[in-house]
Design a binder for this molecule. Structure first.
Ligand code: NAD
Length: 249
């Protein structure tokens, strides 16, 4: 029970890494607010959590809309009375280089992956200040540390998330609000399923990682569990790779 009595909002918790983390946090005693644009998926996550007698609610949230992110925090306080942790996992992929990338796709990627983190943090920080502190965890990427081809908007958004994490960590350290990010390598979720259609394609992607495989959502969730728990009470401003060695070389 590493998160006993803690209240956590997890965006993007209808699927993939966010969902795995919501289930893990709830299993460790947290009351979890599943925040996602996808109502059916979000409700499925809540059902899975409640099926084993753990605690969660769904709040439909588009992280690009300020009224939604304000409502997400308001509903959390109404239901659970406080906020300890915000995990920003909502995100989208965008696979094109600059010259071919439609302007609206560039804006959409930055809107969800970067502005969404800004809006959720902006809504959450006053509640955390009132609570005497908190933990914000941003889901960046290996591409928040190193570059990559054919992903101009995605690498720009994740590079910005990594450095926004550091900036927020410095701004709110004295409020005891810790801000860290996780930088996953490729993880087997619906986000990457689209680029793996054959065993060959899997192996090609796996071979980019020294451990020669992709990660599982639960392997990222355990990093988030550490950063949400009091075990990491002196940890702020870090970018934690969980990537099978991808960024070590
Ligand atoms: P996923 O597609 O399985 O889940 C993303 C979730 O975000 C979905 O439930 C989706 O509905 C939600 N979402 C999308 N737009 C939203 C919006 N505007 N408002 C609210 N929710 C919205 O993806 P995933 O693989 O679990 O990725 C989670 C995070 O991890 C993303 O930020 C992604 O960039 C990052 N990441 C993933 C990988 C990977 O290989 N899967 C690697 C590095 C980083």
């Amino acid at each position: 029970m590493r998160l006993k009595d803690k209240v956590a909002i997890i965006t993007g918790a209808a699927s993939g890494i966010g969902k795995a983390t919501a289930i893990l946090f709830a299993a460790h005693g947290a009351k979890v607010v599943v925040a996602d644009i996808d109502e059916n998926g979000g409700n499925r996550t809540v059902t899975d959590i409640q099926a084993v007698n753990n605690e969660a609610i769904f709040v439909q949230t588009d992280v690009t809309i300020k009224a939604d992110t304000d409502q997400m925090v308001a509903q959390t306080l109404k239901n659970y009375g406080k906020l300890d942790t915000l995990l920003n996992s909502a995100g989208i992929a965008m696979r094109l280089p600059v010259a071919e990338l439609p302007e609206e796709d560039w804006h959409r990627c930055l809107d969800v992956n970067l502005n969404g983190v800004f809006l959720c943090a902006k809504a959450a920080i006053p509640a955390m200040q009132k609570n005497g502190g908190g933990s914000i965890i941003n889901m960046s990427s290996i591409y928040g540390i190193v570059g990559a081809d054919v992903r101009a908007a995605y690498v720009a958004s994740k590079g910005a998330v990594t450095n926004l994490t550091r900036g927020m960590a410095l701004d709110y350290a004295e409020d005891n609000i810790r801000v860290n990010c996780i930088c996953p390598g490729f993880v087997e979720t619906p986000l990457v399923a689209g680029v793996i259609k054959t065993p060959d394609e899997y192996q090609k992607l796996a071979n980019k990682h020294p451990m020669r495989r992709l990660g599982q959502p639960e392997e990222i969730a355990y990093g988030a569990l550490y950063l949400a728990s009091d075990e990491s009470a002196f940890v702020t401003g870090i970018a934690l790779p969980i990537d099978g060695g991808y960024t070590a070389g």
